[in-house]
Design a protein around this ligand. Structure first.
Ligand code: SF4
Length: 356
C-alpha cells in the first residue's frame, strides 16, 4: 500500500487544493501552513482549525511522512538521525550545535548516483530523490531534539542537491517563506552540476553556494569525482563566477585533503591562481576515514598546515572545517544510510546517465 500523502512540503496554493479536495474551505490554508511549518505533526493539536477540518485532514493525510528509526548522539553534541519517508528507504540528517548557532545537515536523495571515490554515500549507489516535504521533515525532526532553534541549514547530507533541483529549490523557498529562515543561512553544496549552478544563480535566492573542488588537476578530479568527466574544472569555475556575478554572494570551494593525492603544494599554488579575482573562500577538509577500498589517508597535521599556509601566503581566504561527529560517522562523506534500516535497492555507483 502506498504511504499516506504528507502535507509538509506543500506551498499555500497546494495546501488550499488539499483542503478543497477534502471539501473544506481553502482559506484555512494559512492557518494550516502556520502549524505545519512550526513543526506540528498532530492535526488534533492544530487548535485554531475547526474540528471537522482536522478530522477531514486526518482521514486523508499525515502532517509529515517522516519516521525516525534510529538516533545516535556523539559526546560533542552532534546527533545523527536515521529516518524514512514511509517506504523504509533510509536517509540521514545531522544536528550540529555550535556555541554561536545551531546548524543541521540535510539529505536530498536516498543514496547518490555520483560515485565520488571518497564518499560512503556514493559507494551505495542511488535509489530516489527526496521530496521537499522529506527535506523539511528532517529539519523538524532535528528541531524536536534541539533545545535551541536551528538557524542554519546545509544541504550536504546524502545525495547531490542539484540533481534534485525542483524539490531542493522548493524546500529553500519554504524555509524562507514559511519557516522564516534567512536564505543567507542556507548553504547548498554541489560537486559541480554546471547547468544547475547557472539556473540557481537566476532564482533570486541569496543562498550560499559551496562547490566541492577537491583537486586542481582534471586527471585527479576525474578519478575522485566521475562528474568531472562531464564538467571539468574550467567549466565549474566559469559557472561559479557567473553565480558570484548574478547573486553578489561569494562561493566556497570545498577542498578535501587526501595524503599524496590532493595535498601537494603545486595544487595549493594552482588553487590560489584559480580562485584569484573573484570573491571566494577555500574550506579545507582533511579526509575523514571511510572504508572505500581506495586506501585514502588523512594527511599528517604538518602537511595540512603547509597546504594551508601556502594558500594564505598567496592571498587566499582559507578556513579549515570544524570537524564534528566522527565517532558516530556523521562527518563529511560518512553518511551511508545503512544503520538500522534496510539498504536501498540502488543503482550502481557513478551512474552518469543521470547527467544527460
Ligand atoms: S560526495 Fe556528495 S555527490 Fe559525491 S557521492 Fe557523496 S553524496 Fe554524492
Amino acid at each position: 500500500m502506498p504511504p499516506t500523502p504528507a502535507l509538509l512540503g506543500l506551498d499555500r496554493a497546494e495546501l488550499a487544493e488539499a483542503l478543497s479536495s477534502a471539501d473544506r474551505p481553502a482559506l484555512r490554508a494559512r492557518q494550516l501552513a502556520r502549524w505545519l511549518y512550526a513543526g506540528e505533526t498532530d492535526f488534533e493539536k492544530m487548535s485554531d482549525l475547526p474540528a471537522d477540518v482536522r478530522e477531514a485532514l486526518g482521514e486523508r493525510y499525515v502532517a509529515s511522512g517522516l519516521v525516525e528509526t534510529r538516533r545516535v548522539e556523539s559526546e560533542d553534541g552532534v546527533v545523527k538521525v536515521l529516518a524514512h519517508g514511509g517506504d523504509e528507504e533510509s536517509f540521514e540528517c545531522v544536528l550540529l550545535p555550535y556555541a554561536d548557532r545551531v546548524s543541521c545537515c540535510l539529505s536530498t536523495q536516498v543514496g547518490c548516483p555520483m560515485g565520488c571515490a571518497f564518499c560512503a554515500t556514493g559507494l551505495g549507489g542511488f535509489d530516489r530523490n527526496l521530496s521537499a516535504g522529506e527535506i523539511l521533515g528532517q529539519y523538524f525532526l532535528l528541531q524536536s531534539i534541539s533545545p535551541r532553534r536551528i538557524s542554519h541549514v546545509v544541504y550536504m547530507g546524502m545525495g547531490e542537491p542539484l540533481l534534485n533541483y525542483p524539490e531542493v529549490v522548493k524546500s529553500i523557498r519554504l524555509f524562507k517563506q514559511e519557516v522564516g529562515l534567512s536564505p543567507r543561512h542556507i548553504t547548498v553544496s554541489t560537486v559541480g552540476i554546471v547547468p544547475r549552478i547557472r539556473e540557481l544563480a537566476q532564482e533570486n535566492l541569496p543562498i550560499h553556494l559551496a562547490i566541492s573542488l577537491h583537486s586542481t588537476k582534471d586527471e585527479i578530479r576525474n578519478s575522485l569525482m566521475p562528474v568531472n568527466q562531464k564538467w571539468p574544472i574550467s567549466e565549474v569555475l566559469s559557472a561559479a563566477k557567473e553565480y558570484v556575478n548574478a547573486t553578489g554572494r561569494k562561493v566556497t570551494f570545498e577542498y578535501l585533503l587526501i595524503e599524496g593525492v590532493t595535498d601537494t603544494i603545486d595544487q595549493a599554488e594552482d588553487l590560489a591562481t584559480m580562485v584569484r579575482g573573484f570573491p571566494s573562500l577555500v574550506n579545507l577538509i582533511p579526509f575523514n576515514y571511510v572504508s572505500t577500498g581506495q586506501g585514502f589517508k588523512r594527511p599528517a597535521p604538518s602537511r595540512i598546515t603547509q597546504f594551508r599556509r601556502t594558500l594564505e601566503s598567496l592571498g587566499v581566504n582559507v578556513t579549515q572545517r570544524r570537524e564534528r561527529g566522527h565517532r558516530i560517522a556523521a562527518a563529511c562523506g560518512q553518511l551511508a544510510g545503512v544503520h538500522g534500516g534496510r539498504f536501498a535497492r540502488r543503482r550502481s555507483p557513478s551512474d552518469l546517465s543521470v547527467l544527460s
